[in-house]
Design a protein around this ligand. Structure first.
Ligand code: NOJ
Length: 803
C-alpha cells in the first residue's frame, strides 16, 4: 500500500505518493490520437503514428523530476514575488498536503492540494477525437481569498520524432508558432514545422481569456535557458511576452488571470491540445469543447464505451486479486496492446521504423475479440496486408504508411530475413476470430500480399483462406536437417539468433497448434481433403519432434546449424527453456508421460516466487554465435529473466494436462495486484503486467520493467478465461471446460457470445481440478459441454457441475 491502492468501485488505481520508483503511466485516446500520460502529468501525445506524427516532446530517459511534454503551473502573488507551483508535483516539486493520481479507464485524474488550493484535473481524449482535454477545477480550501493565475504549458516536438533527436540543425529552423484570435477574442496558439503549415497544425487553447502567451521555450524559462522548468523566470513577470516563435524549441504557454477565488469557491479552466489540417477547420470542434457541458458529455460517452467493453466478460471467482485483474485491468491492458502493439510506452519509444509488430499484434488481437470483434477483424486485415506471397510475414509495419520491414534481421548481414514464427500467429488469430463470431464469410475476403510494383500497386492478392494456407505451406516447406522448421532470424524469442540453417522447436510446436486449428476449421467447413492434408502434416511433424527433440529429460529448444541442441541438459548454459516444454503440450505433440515430465521440469528448474524464468542457467558472456540473448547479464530479460509473456503458456499447458492447482499457482504468483505490497522490489505499475522481471540469478531479483506493452496481457487473459475458467468459443458454441484449483467451490462468469448472454455458474462439489459431470442450460440438461449458439439477444443460464 505504500504508493497507492485499487479503487474497485471506480475501476481505478489511485497513486498516493508521487515518488514512485519509476514513472507510472496511463494511456489516453488511441493510436489515431492519444498517447501516454504519466502520474505527474507529463504527456507524450501523437496522431496516427508515434514515429511520424508526434506532438509533444517527452524524453523518458530524463530524471523523474523533470518536465516532460506537458504541465500546469498555478501562481499567486506573495509580496513582490509570485509563488509558482505545479499541482502535478513535477516539475516544481513543492511540498503537498494531498496528492492523488487516479489511473482510470481512458483518463487520468490528478487531485492535489498545495498552499490552500485544491486542484482536480481530468485528462482524457474524447472518443474518436483528435484532442486531449485537461479539465481543471481549482478550489480555494484556505480561509482567505486568493488571486490565482493558471499557466498550462506544452512542449512540442518535430513530428518526425527521431529527427528531433538526430538533427539539431534542420529541426529548429523549421519549427514555428502563431497566435490566432477567434471571433470571441479567444487565443489559439498554433504550431507546425514550416512544411506542414497549410496541412497539419497543432494547437493549444482554452475556454478562458488568455491575457498573454509564450511559444518560445528560451523566453519562457528565461536567462538564456538558465531559468529552469522548476522555476521558469518568465512566471515572475506580470505577463508573458506574446512571442510567436519563428524557430527553435516551441512551446505553448497560456497565462490566465483567474481573478479572486473566495474560500470554498471553485473555478474551472479547460484546455485542449489538438491537431487538425488548419485552425479554421478545427474551430467548430474547438468551440464545442470550450463548453464544460460538452466536455462532461464526452467524458460520459467514454465511460459508456468502457462499460460496454468490459461488460462482455465478467467473472466472480473465489480469488479477489484474480477478479480485479480479469474484470478491469487485464482486459484494459489487452485493449492497450491491441492499440499500440509494441509501439509506444516508456520502454518502447516509438522512434524510427519500429511500427506495429506482426507477431505481437496477431497475439494481442486474440484477447479483445470477445469485446470488439469488428476492430479485431480490421487489425487482422491490416496484418494480412504485410504478409508476403510465399506465406511468411514482414516483421513490423508503420501504421500510417503501411511500409513494412524485416525488423532487427536487417542489422545482421547474411542473416535470414524472416522470423520463423511470425506468419503462424495469424492463423491462430484468424481462427480465434472465426470461432468468436461465426463470420466464415471473412475467409473469402480478398486481401493483397505485401509485394508491390514500382508504382506501389500490389502484385498479388488472395482470399483470407489463401493467406492462412500459404502461412502453413511456408513452414511446411522451410525445414532443416531434422525436418524441423528453420529458425529464420529468430522465432518468438527475438534474442536467440543462430546461424542460418538452425531449427526451432518453438516454430515446430506453433506450427502444430496452427495445424490443429486448420484441421478443426476444415472439419467445420466439411473439407475432407484439407482435413486429411493437414492431419498428415501434423502427424509428420509430431513424429519428428518426438524422435529428435526429447533429450531424455525434457524437450530441447533449438538445433544449431551443426545439429547440436540448444536447451538440453547436455548444454552447460541455457539448459532448459520454458517454451521448449509448454509448447509441445499446447501443440498436442507431447505424449502424456513426456508432457508431465516436461512441465515438472519447469516447476523444478524454472519456477520462482516471482514467476517462471524463460531459461536457465543464464549465459555469462557475449557470444555472437548465440546472438542477442548473450548481451544480457544472467537473469535479465530473455537470458534467464522472468519473461512474463511465456508464463501463461505454461499455465495453459498445465490446464491441458489437468493440473489446476499448479496452473492457478502460476497465475497467482505473477498477478501484479499482489505486488502492490512489494513495490520497492517490483517498481512498476501494479495494475498491469510488465514484460519482464529480473530472475533469481540477478541481484535485483523481482524488479520489473517494460510495463504495459507486452504479449503477457493477451495470453494471461486467454489463459485465465479460456483455459483455467475454461470458457472457450468454438465453431459450434461456447465450450465450458474449466481446470481450476481443487480447493475452489466454483465460480461464476457472465459472457457475451454471438449476440446472447451466457450466465454461467460452475459448481465444484467434489473438489476436482477438471472434468465436467453435467451441464444444464436454462434448466435443461445437455449432452457434452458445448452450449449452443443462441444469437437471440437473450440471457441464458448455464449450470455446470464438475466431478
Ligand atoms: C518482445 C517482442 O515484442 C516480442 O515479439 C518477442 O516475442 C519477445 N520480445 C521475446 O523475445
Amino acid at each position: 500500500m505504500k504508493y497507492g491502492y485499487f479503487d474497485d468501485q471506480n475501476r481505478e488505481y489511485v497513486i498516493t505518493d508521487p515518488k514512485t520508483p519509476v514513472k507510472w503511466i496511463n494511456y489516453v485516446g488511441s493510436l489515431a490520437f492519444g498517447g501516454i500520460v504519466d502520474h505527474t502529468g507529463g504527456a507524450l501525445i501523437c496522431k496516427g503514428d508515434p514515429a511520424l506524427n508526434r506532438i509533444t516532446k517527452y524524453i523518458p530517459q530524463l530524471p523523474s523530476s523533470e518536465f516532460k511534454g506537458e504541465t500546469l503551473y498555478l501562481r499567486s502573488k506573495q509580496g513582490h514575488r509570485y509563488k509558482v507551483f505545479s499541482p502535478y508535483f513535477v516539475p516544481t516539486l513543492d511540498p503537498y498536503d494531498l496528492y492523488e493520481c487516479h489511473v482510470g479507464l481512458g483518463y487520468t485524474r490528478i487531485v492535489s492540494e498545495f498552499y490552500g488550493i485544491r486542484t482536480e484535473v481530468t485528462i482524457f481524449v474524447p472518443l474518436g477525437d483528435s484532442r486531449m482535454i485537461s479539465d481543471i477545477q481549482m478550489t480555494n480550501v484556505s480561509d482567505h481569498p486568493m488571486d490565482i493565475d493558471a499557466i498550462p504549458v506544452v512542449e512540442y516536438t518535430h513530428p518526425d520524432a527521431l529527427k528531433q533527436f538526430t538533427n539539431a540543425d534542420w529541426v529548429p529552423q523549421t519549427m514555428q508558432s502563431k497566435a490566432y484570435r477567434d471571433e470571441a477574442g479567444m487565443i489559439i496558439l498554433a504550431q507546425y514545422p514550416f512544411m506542414y503549415k497549410e496541412t497539419r497544425v497543432n494547437y493549444f487553447t482554452s475556454n478562458r481569456r488568455v491575457s498573454s502567451f509564450e511559444s518560445d521555450r528560451r523566453r519562457f524559462l528565461g536567462d538564456n535557458q538558465y531559468g529552469t522548468w522548476a522555476n521558469p523566470l518568465s512566471l515572475q513577470e506580470e505577463e508573458l511576452s506574446n512571442c510567436e516563435a519563428l524557430r527553435g524549441d516551441n512551446i505553448a504557454a497560456l497565462l490566465h488571470h483567474l481573478g479572486t477565488i473566495r474560500p470554498g469557491e471553485t473555478t474551472r479552466l479547460i484546455t485542449q491540445l489538438g491537431q487538425d489540417e488548419s485552425i479554421e477547420k478545427a474551430l467548430p470542434l474547438i468551440n464545442r469543447y470550450r463548453d464544460a457541458e460538452q466536455v462532461e458529455r464526452a467524458f460520459k460517452e467514454m465511460a459508456v464505451f468502457w462499460d460496454t467493453y468490459l461488460s462482455k466478460l465478467q467473472v466472480e471467482t473465489p480469488d479477489a486479486s484474480m477478479n480485479i485483474m480479469l474484470n478491469t485491468h487485464n482486459p484494459r491492458q489487452c485493449h492497450t496492446t491491441k492499440n499500440w502493439s509494441r509501439y509506444l510506452s516508456l520502454y518502447q519509444l516509438g522512434l524510427g521504423a519500429r511500427g506495429i509488430g506482426f507477431r505481437d499484434s496477431s497475439q494481442d488481437v486474440m484477447s479483445i475479440l470477445v469485446s470488439m470483434p469488428q476492430e479485431g477483424k480490421e487489425l487482422i486485415k491490416k496484418l494480412l496486408h504485410v504478409q508476403k506471397r510465399d506465406g511468411s510475414a514482414m516483421h513490423q509495419f508503420n501504421p500510417l504508411t503501411m511500409i513494412a520491414n524485416e525488423g532487427d534481421s536487417r542489422e545482421v548481414q547474411d542473416a535470414p530475413k524472416y522470423y520463423g514464427d511470425d506468419h503462424l500467429w495469424i492463423v491462430l488469430a484468424i481462427t480465434a476470430y472465426l470461432k468468436e463470431t461465426g463470420d466464415l464469410a471473412f475467409l473469402d475476403e480478398v486481401i493483397s500480399y505485401y509485394e508491390k510494383d514500382k508504382d506501389g500497386h500490389s502484385l498479388e492478392s488472395g482470399t483470407v483462406f489463401d493467406h492462412v494456407r500459404r502461412a502453413i505451406e511456408f513452414t511446411q516447406n522451410n525445414v532443416g536437417a531434422h525436418g524441423l522448421p528453420l529458425l529464420g532470424f529468430a522465432d518468438w524469442n527475438d534474442t536467440v539468433n543462430l546461424p542460418a540453417g538452425a531449427e526451432s522447436l518453438f516454430v515446430a510446436n506453433l506450427y502444430g497448434k496452427a495445424l490443429l486449428e486448420m484441421i478443426e476449421l476444415a472439419r467445420h467447413l466439411g473439407d475432407a481433403q484439407a482435413v486429411a492434408q493437414y492431419t498428415a502434416y501434423y502427424q509428420t511433424m509430431k513424429q519428428r519432434v518426438n524422435k529428435h527433440a526429447w533429450d531424455g529429460k525434457w524437450y530441447v529448444r533449438y538445433f544449431d546449424v551443426d545439429g547440436s541442441p540448444v536447451g538440453s541438459h547436455s548444454n552447460t548454459k541455457g539448459q532448459i527453456y520454458a517454451n521448449g516444454q509448454s509448447w509441445p503440450v499446447i501443440s498436442g505433440f507431447a505424449p502424456p508421460d513426456r508432457a508431465k515430465a516436461a512441465l515438472d521440469a519447469i516447476y523444478r528448474r524454472l519456477n520462482t516466487r516471482n514467476g517462471i524464468k524463460l531459461s536457465t542457467p543464464g549465459y555469462n558472456r557475449f557470444d555472437p554465435a548465440k546472438g542477442g540473448i548473450t548481451t544480457y547479464p544472467p537473469g535479465a530479460k530473455e537470458n534467464g529473466g522472468i519473461f512474463l509473456h511465456a508464463n501463461p503458456w505454461v499455465i495453459i499447458a498445465e490446464t491441458i494436462i489437468g493440473n489446476g492447482d499448479r496452473a492457478f499457482e502460476y497465475c497467482d504468483q505473477i498477478n501484479p495486484v499482489a505486488k502492490n505490497d512489494r513495490i520497492d522490489e517490483f517498481e512498476c505499475e501494479p495494475y498491469v503486467y510488465p514484460q519482464n522481471i529480473l530472475g533469481d540469478e540477478h541481484a535485483q531479483f523481482g524488479m520489473a520493467r517494460n510495463s504495459w506493452l507486452t504479449g503477457t496481457a493477451s495470453w494471461t487473459y486467454q489463459a485465465a478465461t479460456q483455459y483455467l475458467l475454461g470458457i472457450m468459443p468454438t465453431y459450434e458454441g461456447l465450450q465450458i471446460g474449466p481446470c481450476i484449483p481443487r480447493k475452489w467451490d466454483g465460480f461464476k462468469v457472465t459472457r457475451e457470445f454471438r449476440n446472447a448472454v451466457y450466465e454461467i455458474e460452475v459448481k465444484n462439489p467434489g473438489h476436482v481440478c477438471k472434468g465436467v459431470k453435467s451441464v444444464k442450460v436454462d434448466g435443461r440438461r445437455i449432452e457434452g459441454n458445448v452450449v449452443a449458439v443462441f444469437g437471440d439477444s437473450k440471457t441464458h443460464r448455464v449450470e455446470v457441475i464438475l466431478g
